[in-house]
Design a protein around this ligand. Structure first.
Ligand code: ADP
Ligand code: SR1
Ligand code: MG
Length: 410
């Protein structure tokens, strides 16, 4: 089928031609609402008029960046990578990825399970809601998806095929190179100009050559590593959950990239939330909960990843008989430490980009009181800078928590 940009009126006639969707609804009295709050795409909630329990989510990419408008062209093929990544991640972590009912690369569209009892993690955390299963679930997601798409698990041919399937996601990789690693640390028309004007913090950041040089190293890692299939945009707006269940959505930035990037994105967003509670709510209990979540997620990730690796006899990297057990164990532990370091470096970039760059996050940029917002931005940049400057020296999770706590103490 030839691509056509759908809207609230044309979406239902389109769905009526999709058997899997009509089988799900079992009737054709459907209504649609646009509910997207993301930066890139259109998201519709399609529900049955006669049976309020039946609803699906339809997401379509348009050939431009939604949050800027039609003048910012961005090819709709990004949905091809989202479809492929959701399909792959669903196979690897079935309980943590929504069910797909219909996909079409031609139409740049997908129809998926409506997560009606779940909310966006960022919103929940900003309201100081606790999720007892979050670290368990998200560490499983990270360990499973990163390990099982890496050369530590796959054979060499499968790994290269995976790279072929994903690494033409060039436009979205370029968005990350620009928005996460470059524009947010210099004068650029996409930045938050109102906040940058006469702001000493922006002046300091833009002229901080030590920081910017380290960011270049991390950008280079991002551009050249092919460790595993990563989500590529795993901020707290890409996780929907409740007390029992956790789902990861929106992997359109997926490509075979560095191990530490998704882990770093998650840490960054939890720390930005921690900053929000430090400056705005001053809720010390919730701040402890956030630190506990970071600690637990990283510990569980490491142990799950190691366990998967220990059980894997042969892979592209390592075959049985090549080294003895003790050497293999030491090798694995050192390898995990490198992932942790890299994750901290990426976390620093992912935090800092939210201050002056395009696409701020609600818990920082959305702070209404000007002074409080400035205080929060200052603290975000302080922690982010420490992460970026010190990431190579990080050897354990406790050091990460120390950086967050020490810098937030007043
Ligand atoms: P974008 O690619 O534009 O960032 P997202 O995939 O993040 O779009 O979706 C935008 C919003 O749509 C999410 O923040 C969430 O509120 C809603 N949404 C997306 N997928 C689902 C789903 N499966 N169930 C319920 N709501 C969803
Ligand atoms: C202009 S695109 C801005 C950001 O939105 C996405 O969620 C990614 O984080 C991207 O960098
Ligand atoms: Mg999104």
């Amino acid at each position: 089928m030839q691509y056509k940009e759908l809207d609230i009126n044309s979406i239902i006639p389109y769905l009526k031609g999709v058997d899997e969707v009509m089988d799900y609804f079992d009737s054709d009295d459907l209504k649609a609402n646009e509910i997207g709050d993301g930066n890139l795409n259109y998201v519709y909630l399609v529900s049955s008029i006669s049976d309020s329990n039946k609803a699906l989510i339809v997401k379509q990419a348009v050939p431009y960046l939604r949050c800027v408008g039609e003048e910012f062209a961005l090819s709709r093929e990004r949905m091809t990578y989202e479809i492929r990544a959701l399909t792959k991640f669903k196979q690897i972590a079935p309980d943590l990825v929504p069910k797909l009912y219909h996909v079409s690369e031609d139409m740049s569209i997908l129809v998926m399970q409506y997560l009606d009892k779940h909310i966006i993690l960022r919103d929940g955390l900003t309201d100081a809601k606790r999720y007892p299963n979050l670290s368990e679930h998200i560490s499983t997601y990270l360990a499973q998806t990163l390990f099982k798409t890496s050369s530590l698990y796959l054979d060499s041919t499968s790994k290269r095929k995976l790279i072929d399937e994903f690494n033409s996601n060039t436009e979205l990789c370029k968005l990350t190179e620009d928005f996460v690693f470059t524009f947010a640390y210099m004068q650029n028309e996409t930045n938050d100009a109102d906040n940058i004007k006469d702001n000493p913090l922006a002046k300091e950041l833009f002229s901080d050559m030590e920081f910017k040089e380290k960011v270049l190293d991390l950008k280079y890692k991002f551009m050249t590593s092919s460790d595993a299939l990563i989500h590529g945009d795993l901020h707290t707006g890409s996780i929907m959950l409740n007390e029992e269940e956790t789902y990861v959505i929106d992997p359109e930035f997926a490509f075979v990239g560095p191990f530490g990037f998704d882990i770093g994105a998650l840490i960054a967003n939890l720390v930005n939330n921690y900053v929000h509670h430090t400056i705005v709510t001053k809720d010390e209990d919730f701040k402890d909960y956030l630190l506990g979540t970071i600690k637990e997620t990283l510990e569980l990730f490491e142990s799950k990843f190691l366990k998967l690796w220990e059980a894997q006899k042969d892979s592209a990297l390592l075959i049985e008989g090549y080294i003895d057990d003790e050497t293999a164990q030491n090798y694995r532990e050192k390898f995990l430490k490198r992932i942790l370091k890299e994750a901290v470096g990426f976390a620093g970039c992912k935090m800092a980009r939210r201050v002056f760059g395009v696409a701020g996050v609600a818990e920082i940029r959305g702070i209404e009181d000007k002074q409080l917002r400035a205080d929060a931005e200052k603290l975000v940049l302080k922690i982010a800078r420490e992460f970026v400057m010190k990431y190579e020296k990080i050897d354990c999770i406790e050091q990460i928590l120390e950086i967050i706590k020490v810098n937030s103490a007043r």
